[in-house]
Design a protein around this ligand. Structure first.
Ligand SMILES: [Zn+2]
Length: 358
């Protein structure tokens, strides 16, 4: 082994593949030590894409490789930019100028590719590498493109969600602080009591890039607690397809009351007359069973129409996931929607957590 880190996983993955990968990586010429993608590893070493992905992620954790994202022009394939995860949301929201085409381009997930570069050289001498290369000289490098569709972000929802929702340490501190205020003694000031939950919910949803949440929107007939405009949409199914163009949230800071049908029905009647596809009832206790039934029936009624209408209900239990366990809000909303669309009210979030290798 050139990289001793790989000896710890040799028995977990295919041993021959791990050895081949170790050799391949250690002997890559300097100018090929970037733009490494899962498709390259998969084709050069003849393994499944998912296996290639796992070992790249492992090497990243071991600080052998560093992950970055390459933005390509949708029309001329020119490399527009190399970005970090934090910059993905911006690139997707704002057009980028292509020097080759000499015009602004709208970047989609298909134009952003996950790639790696070597940041830690193998712990061996040039001589050892030269000898190893000689031994396997006939395993040529091959040429061709490093980037295929499988490497693009349209196949990587987790990264997309992390790029759009990634509260800092202090943001999580603020969430916890605001949650503590839910149970202060508000006496007869029910407005202040109600506002406390609205403030927390707005704070959390405003941390989604591309979403602007406000409690100032009034219609002719209604005032919504929170209206969240979502300026980003994906072509493939993701939580963003539901969130656009906007969604609404009703907050009920009633520690002892269970949200009942009335709240669901109110939200549904509002959604019947606007463009929102998701409505969220945010209470403190878990909503009643009939709420779920109403939500489910409403989903079925609208599932074939131009837009979806889905009600989800959230409570203190969900805040625990979002604040204490720091579950990604977008991933979590996707799970809450799945409960309704798959008719599985008792499915837990844990059931859907993907195995994260390495
Ligand atoms: Zn171009």
């Amino acid at each position: 082994m050139f990289y001793k880190q790989f000896s710890t996983i040799i028995d977990l993955l295919n041993p021959e593949f791990v050895e081949n990968f170790d050799y391949w990586l250690a002997t890559l010429p300097r100018n090929n030590q970037k733009n490494i993608t899962a498709s390259v590893v998969s084709s050069r070493l003849g393994v499944k894409y998912s296996l290639a992905e796992s070992i790249l992620k492992f090497a990243e954790k071991q600080h052998i490789l560093e992950r970055y994202y390459l933005v390509k022009c949708p029309d001329c394939d020119y490399n527009l930019d190399t970005i970090t995860k934090d910059e993905i949301a911006d690139i997707l929201i704002n057009p980028v100028f292509c020097d080759e085409c000499e015009e602004e381009k709208k970047i989609t997930l298909d134009d952003i590719y996950t790639a790696y570069k070597v940041i830690q050289q193998a712990d061996v001498t040039e001589d050892e590498i030269a000898r190893a290369i000689e031994k396997r000289l006939n395993q040529g490098e091959g040429s061709g493109t490093n980037f295929i569709e499988a490497d693009s972000l349209s196949n990587d929802k987790t990264t997309l969600y992390e790029a759009f929702y990634n509260p800092s340490e202090s943001a999580y501190g603020k969430f916890a602080e605001l949650r503590d205020k839910l149970d202060l003694d508000y006496g007869k000031n029910t407005t202040a009591q109600g506002k406390a939950l609205e403030v927390l919910v707005l704070e959390m949803f405003n941390h989604i890039k591309g979403v602007r949440a406000t409690n100032d929107v009034k219609t002719e007939t209604n005032q919504f607690d929170c209206t969240c405009l979502c300026g980003f949409k994906t072509v493939f199914p993701s939580i963003f397809s539901y969130m656009a163009p906007y969604f609404i949230i009703e907050c009920k800071n009633e520690p002892k009351k269970t949200p009942n049908n009335t709240y669901c029905n109110k939200l549904l009647s509002i959604m019947d007359t606007n463009e929102a596809q998701i409505g969220i009832v945010f209470g403190r206790k878990n909503a009643t069973g009939p709420c779920f039934t109403i939500s489910r029936e409403h989903y079925l009624k609208h599932s074939e129409s131009r837009r979806q209408q889905i009600i989800i209900t959230c409570s203190d239990d969900d805040l625990e996931y979002l604040i204490d366990k720091r579950v990604n809000l977008l991933e979590y909303m996707e799970y809450k929607i799945l409960q309704v669309t798959a008719n599985t009210p008792n499915a837990t979030y844990e059931m859907f957590v993907k195995d994260k290798c390495g």
